[in-house]
Design a protein around this ligand. Structure first.
Ligand code: TEU
Length: 556
C-alpha cells in the first residue's frame, strides 16, 4: 500500500453560478465561494473542484470558453481567483480546475480567425468541411445535427455539443501545444488538480462515415460510439502527461462517457502514465432507455451492482476512479432513485454510504450534503440549460409532442434539477443572494438548508461529516480490496472491503420495504461504525433492514 494524497481525498464540486452570489447580480461568484470556505473546511473536504470560471458567453454555462486566460465577468476578476486560491490553500485544502479541451466557444479568437477560407494558420484548429451538404448524419449530444454551416467560412464546422461549442482538432500539433501551455499557466498559478471535460472524445475518426441511427449504444448520441476512445487517444494522454502532468505534484480526473471498465483501466493504469483517475458514466446510465438519456426506464439495482463490481475489480491495485451519484449534469439522486419526500434524509444518507465506502475518491456535489432535491417548474421559460431547452424545442415543435409529456421527461432528467441555487438558510432566495437568482430557488428551501442541517445532529450534513471522518481514520476505506456480497439480491447492495486484519462490511437497502438479509457468520465480533437509523441488536446472519437503511461494520 503506497499512500497517495489524492486517493485519500474527498472532492467537493462547486457549480460557481449557483453557489453564492456576493455582489447582488443574481449570479454566483468567486467572492461568494470564498465566503463559504470555512463551511467546506468544517465539512472535511480536501479538494474543491471549481466548475469552469473562464471568460465565456455562457451558452453552456462556462463549458464554452472564449478565453482560457481570463475570468468570466459575472464571476469576478483574476485577483478574486488568486485570492480564492490562496484562501483555499491557507485552510489546507486544494483546488481543482475544470479544463475544457474538446471544444471552445464560437466566440473564441481562434474560431473567429479560423473562419477565413484559404491559407490560414487557424483554419485547422477546428473541423471545417466544405460542400453543399452536411458531411455526415452525426447528431450533437444536445440534439440536432452536429454540423453547422457558416456563411463567412463557406463551410460546415463540427460541434458535438451546442452550436456554440465547435470541436477542436487535436491532430493539429500547434493546437496541442497551445493547450499544454494553457494547462501549465494554471498549474504555475498554484492549481493542484484538473478535471478534464469530455476528454475521451478528443480524437475524431479519420473517415467521416455516417452513424447508424437508432443505436443500441444508448449512453451516447448517435455518433458518440464512433468517436469515443478513438484510435490514438492514448498517445495524446501520454504526450499530455509528459508535457504537463508529470511536471507538477498534481492529480487528474478525466470525465468520460461511453467508457467500459476495460478502457477505464487503460486510461488510469499508473504504469501507462496517462491519467490518474476517471469519472465514468456506466452506473448512471442504468435508467436510460434505448432512446437515450431522456427516455427513463426503472432503476435496476442488479444492473447497477454489476457495473459497480466490474469497475471495482477491474481497476483494483492498478487504476483509480472518482465515486459519484450527483453532479451538475445529473438529476439529484435522492429524487431519482431514492424517495425525496417520505425518506429524503434516509435515502440521501444511504446513497452516500454506498458511494463513500467503495474504492475510489468520493465526489460531493454542492447541496448533496444537505439532501437537496430535483425541481419542477411549470413553464419551460424557467429552465436555463441548453440541453433541456433544445430537447423541449425539438420534441414539441419538430415532433409535435405535448408540453405535458415532454415536461415529464424534463422533470426526471433535466440538468437544471441540480443547478438551482445552493440553499444556505430560510431567508429570501435561500441565502444565495439578495436578488432574484438567474434560476429559481427550489421552493423547499425553508425545510432543506445548511443552517437547519447544522443545527440538527441527525441531518444529512452531519452524516457526511461522519463518513469523511471515518475515511481519515480507517485505511481500509481508501486502500482495502473490494468484494461483493449478496450478489443476487435485488434490493440490497452489500460488499466487503479488506486490508490486512481490517474488514469493513457495508450493507445498504435501496428499497422502501424492509429487507431480511444474512451476511454470514463473522470471524470476529463486528462493531457498528455508522448507520442511518438507531442501532438494532441483531446478528449479521439475520439483519432486518428498514427502508433505505445503511450500516457500516468493522471487524478485526
Ligand atoms: O459533459 C460531457 C458529457 O458527456 C455530457 O454529454 C453529458 O453526458 C451530458 O451533460 C448529460 O446530459 C461535460 C460537462 O460536464 C457538461 O456540463 C458540458 O455540457 C459538456 O461536457 C460539454 O462541455
Amino acid at each position: 500500500m503506497t499512500r497517495t494524497w489524492w486517493k485519500e481525498a474527498v472532492i467537493y464540486q462547486v457549480y460557481p453560478r449557483s453557489f453564492r452570489d456576493s455582489d447582488g447580480d443574481g449570479i454566483g461568484d468567486l467572492k461568494g465561494i470564498e465566503e463559504k470556505l470555512d463551511y467546506l473546511k468544517e465539512l472535511g473536504v480536501d479538494v474543491i473542484w471549481l466548475g469552469p470560471v473562464y471568460k465565456s458567453p455562457n451558452d453552456d454555462y462556462g463549458y464554452d470558453v472564449s478565453d482560457y486566460y481570463e475570468i468570466m465577468d459575472e464571476f469576478g476578476s483574476m485577483e478574486d481567483w488568486t485570492s480564492l486560491c490562496s484562501e483555499i490553500h491557507r485552510r489546507g485544502m486544494k483546488i481543482m480546475m475544470d479544463i475544457i479541451l474538446n471544444h471552445t466557444s464560437d466566440e473564441h479568437a481562434w474560431f473567429q480567425a479560423s473562419k477565413t477560407p484559404g491559407n490560414n494558420p487557424y483554419r485547422d484548429y477546428y473541423y471545417w468541411r466544405e460542400g453543399d451538404s452536411e458531411p455526415n448524419n452525426w447528431e450533437s449530444f444536445f440534439g440536432g445535427s452536429a454540423w453547422k454551416y457558416d456563411e463567412e467560412a463557406r463551410a460546415y464546422y463540427l460541434h458535438l455539443f451546442s452550436v456554440k461549442q465547435p470541436d477542436l482538432n487535436w491532430s493539429h500539433d500547434v493546437l496541442r501545444r497551445e493547450m499544454y501551455s494553457m494547462m501549465r499557466f494554471w498549474l504555475d498559478k498554484g492549481v493542484d488538480a484538473f478535471r478534464l471535460d469530455a476528454v475521451n472524445l478528443l480524437v475524431k475518426p479519420g473517415e467521416w462515415q455516417d452513424a447508424e441511427l437508432a443505436e443500441p449504444d444508448h449512453c451516447l448520441a448517435p455518433c458518440g460510439h464512433l468517436i469515443a476512445n478513438g484510435e490514438g487517444i492514448h498517445d495524446i494522454f501520454q504526450e499530455m502527461n509528459n508535457e504537463v502532468f508529470s511536471r507538477y505534484p498534481m492529480f487528474t480526473v478525466a470525465e468520460m462517457a461511453g467508457v467500459s471498465a476495460e478502457e477505464g483501466l487503460l486510461y488510469t493504469d499508473s504504469t501507462r502514465k496517462e491519467l490518474d483517475s476517471i469519472i465514468y458514466f456506466e452506473h448512471m446510465d442504468v435508467d436510460n432507455g434505448p432512446g437515450g438519456r431522456w427516455e427513463t426506464i426503472p432503476f435496476s439495482l442488479p444492473a447497477f451492482k454489476q457495473i459497480i463490481t466490474r469497475w471495482q475489480l477491474m481497476l483494483q491495485g492498478k487504476g483509480w476512479i472518482g465515486l459519484y451519484l450527483n453532479n451538475h449534469d445529473q438529476p439529484r439522486v435522492v429524487s431519482r432513485w431514492g424517495n425525496d419526500s417520505r425518506y429524503r434524509v434516509e435515502s440521501a444518507k444511504m446513497f452516500a454510504t454506498c458511494i463513500h465506502m467503495l474504492q475510489g475518491s468520493p465526489y460531493i456535489y454542492q447541496g448533496e450534503e444537505i439532501g437537496m432535491t430535483n425541481i419542477r417548474f411549470d413553464s419551460i421559460q424557467d429552465y436555463r440549460d441548453v440541453e433541456t431547452l433544445n430537447y423541449y424545442r425539438i420534441e414539441c415543435e419538430n415532433k409535435g409532442r405535448s408540453h405535458e409529456v415532454v415536461m415529464r421527461d424534463i422533470y426526471l432528467k433535466s440538468r437544471d434539477n441540480a443547478r438551482t441555487p445552493m440553499q444556505w438558510d430560510d431567508s429570501v432566495y435561500a441565502g444565495f443572494g439578495t436578488v432574484q437568482p438567474w434560476i429559481d430557488v427550489n421552493p423547499n428551501y425553508k425545510e432543506v438548508n445548511v443552517e437547519k442541517a447544522l443545527a440538527d445532529p441527525d441531518s444529512v450534513l452531519h452524516y457526511y461529516r461522519e463518513l469523511i471522518r471515518l475515511r481519515k481514520r480507517y485505511d481500509v476505506i481508501v486502500y482495502g480490496d473490494y468484494s461483493p456480497l449478496l450478489e443476487e439480491h435485488s434490493e440490497v447492495f452489500a460488499y466487503r472491503r479488506t486490508l490486512n486484519d481490517e474488514t469493513l462490511l457495508v450493507v445498504t437497502n435501496f428499497s422502501e420495504r424492509e429487507q431480511m438479509v444474512d451476511l454470514g457468520e463473522p470471524t470476529s465480533e463486528p462493531s457498528l461504525l455508522l448507520a442511518n437509523y438507531p442501532p438494532a441488536e441483531e446478528p449479521l446472519t439475520a439483519l432486518r433492514l428498514r427502508p433505505f437503511e445503511a450500516r457500516i461494520y468493522l471487524a478485526r
